[in-house]
Design a protein around this ligand. Structure first.
Ligand code: FAD
Length: 346
Protein backbone atom coordinates (compact mmCIF):
# COMPACT_ATOMS: atom_id res chain seq x y z
CA UNK A 1 0.00 0.00 0.00
CA UNK A 2 2.98 2.30 0.45
CA UNK A 3 4.16 1.96 -3.15
CA UNK A 4 3.76 4.94 -5.50
CA UNK A 5 0.56 4.63 -7.54
CA UNK A 6 1.18 3.87 -11.25
CA UNK A 7 1.58 6.95 -13.46
CA UNK A 8 -1.63 6.34 -15.47
CA UNK A 9 -3.69 6.49 -12.24
CA UNK A 10 -3.10 10.28 -12.23
CA UNK A 11 -5.60 10.68 -15.07
CA UNK A 12 -8.34 9.41 -12.72
CA UNK A 13 -9.77 11.99 -10.35
CA UNK A 14 -12.88 12.78 -8.39
CA UNK A 15 -15.60 10.73 -6.73
CA UNK A 16 -18.73 9.78 -8.66
CA UNK A 17 -22.10 8.47 -7.58
CA UNK A 18 -24.44 6.74 -10.03
CA UNK A 19 -27.86 8.33 -9.48
CA UNK A 20 -30.32 5.51 -10.05
CA UNK A 21 -33.48 6.71 -11.80
CA UNK A 22 -36.15 4.12 -12.49
CA UNK A 23 -39.63 4.87 -13.77
CA UNK A 24 -39.12 8.54 -12.99
CA UNK A 25 -38.02 8.04 -9.39
CA UNK A 26 -34.55 8.32 -7.89
CA UNK A 27 -33.73 5.42 -5.57
CA UNK A 28 -32.94 6.99 -2.15
CA UNK A 29 -29.75 4.91 -1.88
CA UNK A 30 -28.29 7.34 -4.45
CA UNK A 31 -28.55 10.18 -1.93
CA UNK A 32 -27.16 8.00 0.86
CA UNK A 33 -24.17 7.38 -1.42
CA UNK A 34 -23.93 11.09 -2.21
CA UNK A 35 -23.41 11.63 1.55
CA UNK A 36 -20.72 8.93 1.66
CA UNK A 37 -19.16 10.26 -1.56
CA UNK A 38 -19.02 13.79 -0.13
CA UNK A 39 -16.94 12.57 2.82
CA UNK A 40 -14.52 10.75 0.49
CA UNK A 41 -14.26 13.68 -1.93
CA UNK A 42 -13.62 16.15 0.90
CA UNK A 43 -10.93 13.91 2.37
CA UNK A 44 -9.20 13.70 -1.04
CA UNK A 45 -9.80 17.38 -1.87
CA UNK A 46 -11.55 16.45 -5.15
CA UNK A 47 -14.99 17.02 -6.67
CA UNK A 48 -18.10 14.92 -6.12
CA UNK A 49 -20.12 14.22 -9.25
CA UNK A 50 -23.44 12.50 -9.92
CA UNK A 51 -24.10 10.45 -13.05
CA UNK A 52 -27.69 10.53 -14.31
CA UNK A 53 -28.72 8.16 -17.11
CA UNK A 54 -32.24 7.88 -18.56
CA UNK A 55 -34.71 9.01 -21.17
CA UNK A 56 -35.47 12.72 -21.64
CA UNK A 57 -38.53 13.52 -19.47
CA UNK A 58 -38.02 10.27 -17.61
CA UNK A 59 -37.29 12.02 -14.32
CA UNK A 60 -33.73 12.89 -15.32
CA UNK A 61 -34.12 16.68 -14.95
CA UNK A 62 -35.50 16.26 -11.43
CA UNK A 63 -32.68 13.83 -10.61
CA UNK A 64 -30.05 16.30 -11.82
CA UNK A 65 -31.55 19.13 -9.73
CA UNK A 66 -31.79 16.91 -6.66
CA UNK A 67 -28.20 15.68 -7.08
CA UNK A 68 -26.98 19.24 -6.43
CA UNK A 69 -29.25 19.51 -3.38
CA UNK A 70 -27.63 16.34 -1.99
CA UNK A 71 -24.12 17.70 -2.46
CA UNK A 72 -22.94 17.04 -6.04
CA UNK A 73 -20.50 19.60 -7.46
CA UNK A 74 -21.17 18.47 -11.04
CA UNK A 75 -23.50 16.12 -12.89
CA UNK A 76 -22.81 14.01 -16.00
CA UNK A 77 -26.08 13.50 -17.85
CA UNK A 78 -26.71 10.92 -20.57
CA UNK A 79 -30.23 11.14 -22.01
CA UNK A 80 -31.61 9.05 -24.84
CA UNK A 81 -35.04 7.51 -25.53
CA UNK A 82 -33.28 4.10 -25.64
CA UNK A 83 -32.63 4.53 -21.91
CA UNK A 84 -36.33 4.74 -20.99
CA UNK A 85 -36.31 1.34 -19.23
CA UNK A 86 -33.29 -0.17 -17.55
CA UNK A 87 -31.53 -2.61 -19.84
CA UNK A 88 -28.04 -3.81 -19.12
CA UNK A 89 -26.56 -3.25 -22.58
CA UNK A 90 -27.32 0.44 -23.17
CA UNK A 91 -26.82 1.41 -19.52
CA UNK A 92 -23.44 -0.36 -19.41
CA UNK A 93 -22.43 1.38 -22.63
CA UNK A 94 -23.57 4.75 -21.34
CA UNK A 95 -21.78 4.49 -18.00
CA UNK A 96 -18.65 2.93 -19.51
CA UNK A 97 -18.40 5.73 -22.09
CA UNK A 98 -18.77 8.46 -19.45
CA UNK A 99 -16.14 6.79 -17.26
CA UNK A 100 -13.73 6.42 -20.17
CA UNK A 101 -14.21 10.06 -21.18
CA UNK A 102 -13.99 11.72 -17.75
CA UNK A 103 -12.12 9.15 -15.62
CA UNK A 104 -13.34 9.12 -12.03
CA UNK A 105 -11.07 7.75 -9.34
CA UNK A 106 -13.98 6.24 -7.39
CA UNK A 107 -17.41 5.17 -8.68
CA UNK A 108 -20.17 4.23 -6.23
CA UNK A 109 -23.48 2.53 -7.02
CA UNK A 110 -26.38 1.35 -4.87
CA UNK A 111 -26.55 -2.42 -4.33
CA UNK A 112 -30.11 -2.52 -5.66
CA UNK A 113 -31.21 -5.02 -8.31
CA UNK A 114 -30.40 -2.43 -10.99
CA UNK A 115 -27.17 -1.25 -9.36
CA UNK A 116 -25.79 -4.76 -8.84
CA UNK A 117 -26.51 -5.69 -12.44
CA UNK A 118 -24.98 -2.51 -13.82
CA UNK A 119 -21.94 -2.38 -11.51
CA UNK A 120 -20.91 -5.94 -12.38
CA UNK A 121 -21.06 -5.43 -16.12
CA UNK A 122 -19.41 -2.00 -16.04
CA UNK A 123 -16.56 -3.29 -13.87
CA UNK A 124 -15.95 -6.29 -16.12
CA UNK A 125 -16.16 -4.13 -19.26
CA UNK A 126 -13.67 -1.64 -17.80
CA UNK A 127 -11.49 -4.48 -16.40
CA UNK A 128 -11.47 -2.89 -12.98
CA UNK A 129 -12.16 -3.99 -9.42
CA UNK A 130 -15.60 -3.91 -7.78
CA UNK A 131 -16.31 -4.50 -4.11
CA UNK A 132 -19.96 -5.40 -3.59
CA UNK A 133 -22.22 -4.76 -0.59
CA UNK A 134 -19.79 -2.56 1.34
CA UNK A 135 -20.59 -1.49 4.87
CA UNK A 136 -17.83 1.14 5.16
CA UNK A 137 -15.89 3.26 2.70
CA UNK A 138 -12.71 5.19 3.41
CA UNK A 139 -9.82 6.62 1.42
CA UNK A 140 -6.09 6.87 1.98
CA UNK A 141 -4.19 10.03 1.08
CA UNK A 142 -2.97 8.35 -2.16
CA UNK A 143 -6.59 8.03 -3.30
CA UNK A 144 -6.90 4.30 -2.68
CA UNK A 145 -10.40 3.31 -1.63
CA UNK A 146 -10.69 0.96 1.33
CA UNK A 147 -13.99 -0.81 0.76
CA UNK A 148 -15.04 -2.83 3.81
CA UNK A 149 -17.56 -5.66 3.63
CA UNK A 150 -18.52 -8.73 5.69
CA UNK A 151 -16.91 -12.03 4.81
CA UNK A 152 -16.86 -15.63 6.10
CA UNK A 153 -20.62 -15.60 6.61
CA UNK A 154 -20.54 -12.22 8.30
CA UNK A 155 -18.18 -13.28 11.10
CA UNK A 156 -15.31 -11.11 9.79
CA UNK A 157 -15.02 -7.75 8.06
CA UNK A 158 -12.43 -7.38 5.31
CA UNK A 159 -11.20 -4.21 3.63
CA UNK A 160 -10.58 -4.58 -0.09
CA UNK A 161 -8.35 -2.34 -2.23
CA UNK A 162 -8.25 -2.15 -6.02
CA UNK A 163 -4.50 -2.00 -6.55
CA UNK A 164 -3.95 -2.27 -10.28
CA UNK A 165 -6.84 -0.60 -12.06
CA UNK A 166 -9.06 2.47 -12.04
CA UNK A 167 -11.75 3.50 -11.34
CA UNK A 168 -12.25 1.85 -7.97
CA UNK A 169 -15.85 0.66 -7.85
CA UNK A 170 -18.06 -0.23 -4.89
CA UNK A 171 -21.73 -0.94 -4.25
CA UNK A 172 -23.51 -0.23 -0.97
CA UNK A 173 -26.94 -1.56 0.00
CA UNK A 174 -29.82 0.79 0.77
CA UNK A 175 -29.92 2.04 4.36
CA UNK A 176 -26.32 1.08 5.17
CA UNK A 177 -25.15 4.71 4.92
CA UNK A 178 -27.10 7.48 6.65
CA UNK A 179 -29.24 9.82 4.53
CA UNK A 180 -27.53 13.25 4.32
CA UNK A 181 -29.55 16.43 4.84
CA UNK A 182 -31.05 17.89 1.67
CA UNK A 183 -30.06 21.52 1.18
CA UNK A 184 -31.81 23.67 -1.44
CA UNK A 185 -29.15 24.63 -4.01
CA UNK A 186 -29.22 26.02 -7.56
CA UNK A 187 -28.25 23.88 -10.54
CA UNK A 188 -24.51 23.49 -10.93
CA UNK A 189 -22.49 22.47 -13.99
CA UNK A 190 -24.06 19.67 -16.05
CA UNK A 191 -21.98 17.82 -18.66
CA UNK A 192 -24.16 16.26 -21.38
CA UNK A 193 -22.94 12.89 -22.70
CA UNK A 194 -24.15 11.00 -25.78
CA UNK A 195 -25.09 7.34 -25.88
CA UNK A 196 -24.31 6.70 -29.58
CA UNK A 197 -26.27 3.42 -29.76
CA UNK A 198 -28.98 2.28 -32.11
CA UNK A 199 -32.09 0.48 -30.86
CA UNK A 200 -31.63 -2.21 -33.53
CA UNK A 201 -28.27 -3.16 -31.99
CA UNK A 202 -29.79 -3.94 -28.58
CA UNK A 203 -30.94 -7.53 -28.15
CA UNK A 204 -33.18 -6.98 -25.08
CA UNK A 205 -36.58 -5.43 -25.77
CA UNK A 206 -39.00 -4.24 -23.07
CA UNK A 207 -42.45 -5.32 -24.23
CA UNK A 208 -44.41 -4.30 -21.13
CA UNK A 209 -43.88 -3.48 -17.51
CA UNK A 210 -45.78 -5.30 -14.74
CA UNK A 211 -45.53 -3.79 -11.26
CA UNK A 212 -44.32 -5.96 -8.38
CA UNK A 213 -47.06 -8.12 -6.87
CA UNK A 214 -46.59 -6.33 -3.56
CA UNK A 215 -45.00 -2.98 -4.31
CA UNK A 216 -44.85 -2.14 -0.60
CA UNK A 217 -42.18 -4.80 -0.10
CA UNK A 218 -39.62 -2.35 -1.38
CA UNK A 219 -40.62 -0.12 1.52
CA UNK A 220 -39.24 -2.44 4.19
CA UNK A 221 -35.81 -0.81 4.03
CA UNK A 222 -37.34 2.66 4.40
CA UNK A 223 -40.20 1.90 6.83
CA UNK A 224 -40.38 3.91 10.06
CA UNK A 225 -41.62 0.91 12.04
CA UNK A 226 -40.75 -2.73 11.35
CA UNK A 227 -42.02 -5.79 13.20
CA UNK A 228 -40.16 -9.03 12.54
CA UNK A 229 -40.41 -12.63 13.62
CA UNK A 230 -37.92 -15.44 13.96
CA UNK A 231 -37.93 -19.18 14.54
CA UNK A 232 -39.32 -18.50 18.02
CA UNK A 233 -42.69 -18.07 16.29
CA UNK A 234 -42.61 -21.87 15.96
CA UNK A 235 -45.03 -22.23 13.03
CA UNK A 236 -45.92 -20.64 9.68
CA UNK A 237 -49.36 -19.77 11.05
CA UNK A 238 -47.86 -17.67 13.84
CA UNK A 239 -46.26 -15.32 11.28
CA UNK A 240 -49.75 -13.84 11.14
CA UNK A 241 -49.19 -12.57 14.73
CA UNK A 242 -46.28 -10.45 13.44
CA UNK A 243 -48.34 -9.26 10.47
CA UNK A 244 -51.23 -8.29 12.78
CA UNK A 245 -48.99 -6.25 15.06
CA UNK A 246 -47.43 -4.55 12.02
CA UNK A 247 -50.89 -3.74 10.69
CA UNK A 248 -52.01 -2.23 14.00
CA UNK A 249 -48.92 0.03 14.01
CA UNK A 250 -49.00 0.94 10.31
CA UNK A 251 -45.66 -0.85 10.06
CA UNK A 252 -43.91 -3.18 7.64
CA UNK A 253 -43.18 -6.77 8.64
CA UNK A 254 -40.21 -9.02 8.00
CA UNK A 255 -38.30 -11.91 9.48
CA UNK A 256 -35.05 -13.74 10.00
CA UNK A 257 -33.50 -15.91 7.30
CA UNK A 258 -34.79 -19.29 8.56
CA UNK A 259 -38.35 -18.06 7.99
CA UNK A 260 -37.52 -17.50 4.35
CA UNK A 261 -35.81 -20.88 4.13
CA UNK A 262 -38.91 -22.54 5.58
CA UNK A 263 -41.11 -20.66 3.12
CA UNK A 264 -42.99 -18.86 5.94
CA UNK A 265 -42.23 -15.41 4.43
CA UNK A 266 -41.09 -14.14 1.02
CA UNK A 267 -37.38 -13.60 0.50
CA UNK A 268 -38.02 -9.86 -0.04
CA UNK A 269 -38.94 -9.66 3.63
CA UNK A 270 -35.72 -11.16 4.98
CA UNK A 271 -33.84 -8.79 7.24
CA UNK A 272 -30.08 -9.01 7.74
CA UNK A 273 -26.81 -9.43 5.97
CA UNK A 274 -28.22 -11.36 3.02
CA UNK A 275 -31.61 -9.64 3.22
CA UNK A 276 -32.64 -6.04 3.74
CA UNK A 277 -30.80 -3.51 5.88
CA UNK A 278 -33.32 -1.42 7.81
CA UNK A 279 -33.06 1.83 9.77
CA UNK A 280 -36.54 2.29 11.25
CA UNK A 281 -37.41 4.50 14.21
CA UNK A 282 -38.80 1.38 15.93
CA UNK A 283 -37.84 -2.26 15.35
CA UNK A 284 -39.72 -5.00 17.20
CA UNK A 285 -38.05 -8.42 16.97
CA UNK A 286 -40.11 -11.37 18.21
CA UNK A 287 -38.49 -14.78 18.68
CA UNK A 288 -35.25 -13.74 16.98
CA UNK A 289 -31.99 -14.79 18.65
CA UNK A 290 -29.91 -11.88 17.27
CA UNK A 291 -27.23 -13.71 15.29
CA UNK A 292 -24.54 -11.42 13.83
CA UNK A 293 -25.98 -11.80 10.32
CA UNK A 294 -29.31 -10.49 11.59
CA UNK A 295 -27.78 -7.82 13.80
CA UNK A 296 -25.88 -6.11 10.96
CA UNK A 297 -29.18 -5.50 9.18
CA UNK A 298 -30.96 -3.87 12.13
CA UNK A 299 -28.45 -2.08 14.31
CA UNK A 300 -29.11 1.24 12.57
CA UNK A 301 -32.63 1.27 14.08
CA UNK A 302 -33.29 4.10 16.58
CA UNK A 303 -35.11 1.84 19.04
CA UNK A 304 -34.87 -1.96 19.10
CA UNK A 305 -37.39 -3.88 21.19
CA UNK A 306 -36.70 -7.61 21.55
CA UNK A 307 -39.14 -10.26 22.75
CA UNK A 308 -37.49 -13.56 23.59
CA UNK A 309 -38.07 -16.37 26.10
CA UNK A 310 -34.33 -16.76 26.68
CA UNK A 311 -32.89 -13.99 28.92
CA UNK A 312 -29.43 -14.84 27.55
CA UNK A 313 -30.37 -14.47 23.88
CA UNK A 314 -27.70 -12.40 22.04
CA UNK A 315 -30.36 -9.95 20.84
CA UNK A 316 -30.54 -8.54 24.37
CA UNK A 317 -26.89 -7.39 23.95
CA UNK A 318 -27.93 -4.77 21.40
CA UNK A 319 -31.68 -4.26 21.98
CA UNK A 320 -32.61 -1.00 23.72
CA UNK A 321 -35.60 -2.65 25.39
CA UNK A 322 -35.84 -6.34 26.16
CA UNK A 323 -38.95 -8.31 27.11
CA UNK A 324 -38.40 -11.86 28.37
CA UNK A 325 -41.70 -13.39 27.34
CA UNK A 326 -43.40 -15.85 25.03
CA UNK A 327 -43.93 -13.91 21.78
CA UNK A 328 -46.87 -16.12 20.83
CA UNK A 329 -48.69 -14.87 23.93
CA UNK A 330 -47.41 -11.31 23.90
CA UNK A 331 -47.87 -10.38 20.22
CA UNK A 332 -51.71 -10.66 20.23
CA UNK A 333 -51.88 -8.69 23.49
CA UNK A 334 -49.66 -5.92 22.05
CA UNK A 335 -51.71 -5.88 18.83
CA UNK A 336 -54.95 -5.50 20.78
CA UNK A 337 -53.49 -2.72 22.95
CA UNK A 338 -52.15 -0.77 19.98
CA UNK A 339 -55.41 -1.25 18.08
CA UNK A 340 -57.37 0.22 20.99
CA UNK A 341 -54.91 3.08 21.55
CA UNK A 342 -54.38 4.03 17.90
CA UNK A 343 -57.95 3.63 16.62
CA UNK A 344 -60.11 3.82 19.76
CA UNK A 345 -63.42 3.78 17.81
CA UNK A 346 -62.77 0.57 15.88
P1 FAD B 1 -32.88 -18.91 16.17
O1 FAD B 1 -31.44 -18.56 16.18
O2 FAD B 1 -33.24 -20.37 16.23
O3 FAD B 1 -33.56 -18.14 17.37
C1 FAD B 1 -34.88 -18.31 17.78
C2 FAD B 1 -35.02 -17.51 19.06
O4 FAD B 1 -36.38 -17.54 19.46
C3 FAD B 1 -34.20 -18.03 20.22
O5 FAD B 1 -33.43 -16.97 20.76
C4 FAD B 1 -35.23 -18.52 21.23
O6 FAD B 1 -34.84 -18.27 22.57
C5 FAD B 1 -36.42 -17.66 20.87
N1 FAD B 1 -37.73 -18.24 21.18
C6 FAD B 1 -38.13 -19.54 21.10
N2 FAD B 1 -39.43 -19.63 21.38
C7 FAD B 1 -39.87 -18.38 21.65
C8 FAD B 1 -41.13 -17.83 22.00
N3 FAD B 1 -42.22 -18.59 22.10
N4 FAD B 1 -41.21 -16.51 22.20
C9 FAD B 1 -40.10 -15.70 22.09
N5 FAD B 1 -38.90 -16.18 21.78
C10 FAD B 1 -38.78 -17.49 21.55
N6 FAD B 1 -30.08 -14.52 9.40
C11 FAD B 1 -30.90 -13.47 9.25
O7 FAD B 1 -31.83 -13.26 10.06
N7 FAD B 1 -30.73 -12.61 8.19
C12 FAD B 1 -29.76 -12.76 7.27
O8 FAD B 1 -29.66 -11.96 6.33
C13 FAD B 1 -28.87 -13.86 7.42
N8 FAD B 1 -27.86 -14.04 6.55
C14 FAD B 1 -27.00 -15.06 6.76
C15 FAD B 1 -25.90 -15.21 5.90
C16 FAD B 1 -25.00 -16.24 6.10
C17 FAD B 1 -23.86 -16.37 5.16
C18 FAD B 1 -25.19 -17.14 7.17
C19 FAD B 1 -24.20 -18.24 7.41
C20 FAD B 1 -26.26 -17.01 8.02
C21 FAD B 1 -27.20 -15.98 7.84
N9 FAD B 1 -28.30 -15.83 8.66
C22 FAD B 1 -29.09 -14.74 8.51
C23 FAD B 1 -28.66 -16.85 9.66
C24 FAD B 1 -28.22 -16.50 11.08
O9 FAD B 1 -26.91 -16.96 11.29
C25 FAD B 1 -29.16 -17.16 12.12
O10 FAD B 1 -29.15 -18.56 11.89
C26 FAD B 1 -30.58 -16.67 12.05
O11 FAD B 1 -30.62 -15.26 12.10
C27 FAD B 1 -31.36 -17.23 13.23
O12 FAD B 1 -32.71 -16.96 13.06
P2 FAD B 1 -33.68 -16.87 14.32
O13 FAD B 1 -33.16 -15.86 15.26
O14 FAD B 1 -35.04 -16.68 13.77
O15 FAD B 1 -33.61 -18.36 14.89
Amino acid sequence: MNEEPPEHFRAYQHVWVFVEVERGQVHPVSWELMGAGRRLADKLGVLLAGVVIGAPDGGTSEAVAEAFCYGADRVYLCEDPILAHYRNEPYTTALKNIVNSFKPEILLLGATNLGRDLAGSVATTLLTGLTADCTELDVNADGSLGATRPTFGGSLLCTIYTLNSRPQMATVRPRVMPMPARVERPLGPVTPCRLLMDEKDIVTKVLSFVADREASMANLAYADIVVAGGLGLQSAGNVQLVRNLALSLGAEFGGSRPLVQKGWIDSDRQIGQTGKTIRPKLYIAAGISGAIQHRVGVEGADLIVAINTDPNAPIFDFAHLGVVADAIQLLPALTETFRRRLSPHS
